[in-house]
Design a protein. Structure first.
Length: 156
């Protein structure tokens, strides 16, 4: 499981990233494989093949990629939570939420966020977070460093 954050400074991505990985245990991998089989996720078609499945501009798109021997599948599911009338969407949601429980996603995400060394950050362009400044001396030091980096980048 990999989390990443791209630094934002003065509304611009600086090119700096913070990345943290968490290895899954053999038991977690086994549990996810069993869940995949139990929910028969392999047989769920991509959303474009499910009659009346809606598409939109915001929300969450889940992507499931599978390779089994010589067969390869790449399936998209736009915001299953907005398509709850479909058995397929309920199975996708059960699959993803149970995976989050298996890997303890919530506590790992919180741990990752606490460790991000930036005052402003984003990931995949979909979330912007600004930290509350609690130590003005540290912030002034950080601000001088970032302004110097931006100035040096413009000179190149």
């Amino acid at each position: 499981m990999v989390f990443y954050a791209n630094e934002l400074w003065k509304g611009v991505q600086t090119g700096e990233s913070f990345i943290k990985s968490y290895d899954l245990t053999a038991q977690q991998v086994s549990d996810i494989k069993q869940l995949y089989k139990k929910l028969d996720v392999q047989k769920i078609p991509s959303d474009k093949f499910i009659k009346s499945w809606q598409q939109g501009f915001d929300g969450i798109t889940y992507i499931i990629e599978e390779k089994s021997h010589k067969l390869y599948a790449f399936k998209n599911y736009w915001t299953p939570s907005a398509q709850y009338e479909f058995d397929e969407s309920r199975r996708i949601l059960a699959f993803t939420s149970t995976i989050e429980e298996i890997v303890d996603y919530s506590s790992k995400w919180k741990e990752f966020q606490r460790e991000i060394p930036f005052y402003g950050w984003t990931y995949n362009g979909s979330l912007i977070v600004l930290k509350v400044i609690v130590n003005t001396k540290e912030y002034r030091k950080y601000k001088r460093k970032k302004n110097r980096q931006l100035r040096d980048k413009k000179l190149q």
